[in-house]
Every structure is written in C-alpha cells, then in structure tokens.
Design a binder for this molecule. Structure first.
Ligand code: FEO
Length: 170
C-alpha cells in the first residue's frame, strides 16, 4: 500500500490527466472550426497522450493495491479570440501539470516512497518535453502565424503528427 497522502494525490492526478485530454479535445475542436486541420490533429493526438497518462496513473495505483475513484471532469471553458490563444493556454496548462507532478514527487519523497518517485521520474521527463513542445508551437506561430502561406505549411507540418503509445510500460 502507498502512503495515504501520496495515494490521494495520485488519484487527483488521474482526474487532472483526463481533464487535460478533455481540454485538448476542446482545442482540437476549435481548430477544426477554424479550418486548421493540422493544429486540430496535433491536439487530438495530445488528448490521446493525456488519456494514456491517466491510464498509467490508474494502473500504477491498482498495481499497488489502491482504490481509484473517478471524479467528475470539469468542462473546458476557455474562450479563444485567435488561433494563437490555445497555444498559450496549452503552455500554461503544461506548466501547471508539471507543478502537480512535482508536488506528488515531493510528497513521495517526504514519505520515503521510493517506488512512486521512480514511477514519477518518467512523468518529470515527459513534462519537460511537453513544455518544450508547447513553447515551440508558440514560437512557430509567432514566426509564421500572420503569413497565410506559411501558416498553411505549418498546419501541414502539424497534420503529420502520428500517435505513438507511451514508452512507459507498467
Ligand atoms: Fe499529462 Fe500534458 O501532461
């Protein structure tokens, strides 16, 4: 069994990861409405990754004899005035998720729960990549977003993203 506080935080993280999937699906739907199918694809795949993260947290809890409680998932409520807005919202969201992961890591450290710390190592690295990707999208949009032809090419680049399952296997 895991430390009670660590188990609670892991259960909250299940919800946060499913919320992330929901949020990114909302971004994807927004871009579909804007005719930017590549951006829509990028966030649809991002949503799949977030669902994977939720499933990994659930499985880790179950592997350690913890009960998982599925709570209601908040409605995504962001309003977008331009195609740049979801990119900024996504970057901010990833920074928030990183802080959540670090918080669980901290609690696991205090509880000397080395198993959970080792499990979380993958997520610490993953968050670094997710923040880099999210920031990279903002930079590209800042460079190319106002030129329709360049935006078309960027959209095509993002359309090429394909889903791959997470490298962490429990
Ligand atoms: Fe599961 Fe994008 O953090």
């Amino acid at each position: 069994m895991l430390d009670t506080k660590v188990a609670e935080l892991l259960n909250v993280q299940v919800n946060r990861e499913f919320y992330s999937a929901y949020l990114y699906l909302d971004f994807s739907n927004y871009y579909t409405e804007q005719g930017l199918d590549g951006f829509a694809n990028w966030y649809r795949i991002q949503a799949q990754e977030e669902r994977d993260h939720a499933m990994l947290f659930m499985q880790y809890m179950q592997n350690n004899g913890c009960k998982v409680t599925l709570e209601a998932i908040d409605k995504p409520d962001k309003e977008f005035a331009s195609a740049a807005d979801p990119l900024h919202a996504g970057y901010e969201h990833e920074q928030y998720v990183t802080s959540l992961i670090h918080n669980i890591y901290d609690a696991a450290g205090q509880a000397k729960d080395f198993r959970t710390m080792q499990f979380l190592d993958w997520f610490v690295k993953e968050q670094g990549e997710e923040e880099t990707n999210a920031e990279g999208l903002i930079k590209k949009y800042d460079l190319f977003g106002t030129d329709p032809r360049a935006l078309y090419m960027l959209d095509n680049e993002l359309a090429a993203r394909v889903y791959s399952a997470p490298s962490l296997v429990l």
